[in-house]
Write a protein of this length. Sequence first.
Length: 274
Amino acid sequence: MPCNILKSEALQELVFWLETIFLFTKSDYKTIFFPVIISACAVSPPTKTSQLVDTAVWVWFHLLQANVSNQTYSAHEDIVNKPWRPLPSGRISVRATRRFRWALLHCHWWKSYTDDIGFSSDPVLKNLMNVGGYLTFESGATLIMSSKAHFDRTSLIALFVSGLLIFTTIHAQDFADAEGDKLSGRRTLPIVAPEGSRRYILAALPLWSIALSALWGLGPLSAIMFLCMGAFVGSQYFRFRDVKHDQASYVLYNVWLLAAHTLPLNARSRVLNW
């Protein structure tokens, strides 16, 4: 009987910590995990199931380290923006999180470094930090997926364009978090230019949709559908300005971003020529 109790307690403890680890990464499956993997598949289609599995494990492990690092410094704003995360919900202490972070550091250094020196407090540097993070994920995932030691021309163009796309639109994630960001002293674009940032995203997404359609040679119907998607998402940010709608708009932005990262597939297979 005591042995069964110990097993039950050990199982509960394991489930608790597995859930805690999942909560560290929960908000970035739609923003990083799936877009990066789909982008890698589009740029370098896998030939073996093992390549896809290896890529997913690599991306997730690095995503975990990046999130643990970031959330060590953002617990106070997460009380407002994401109270279910491990630190604001009390599942783990700041001290334990920092120990966990340094244990993971040898696998992924970029996010930890930029958090330490305060890049996230400036809107331009914050976007550059996001570009570095995304390109780290995407380049690693692409190389693993392709099983090659170098990038071909299509891969290089896709990575370069992805960096520009992230730099010029990723502040879409900051609208819903403005209140929490103010508490932490961050100067995101929606805080610095609340009206201008919405007008900008209204124009930027359709313009990017047109540019990407031309770059990857989409057919007329595919291009029109992608343009309509970008215009719709941009209009949602401009028309609806409360936290609830901004959260919904950010989900739509991620759908558009995910679609944008699949377009290089047309350079390989011409599947979007219709």
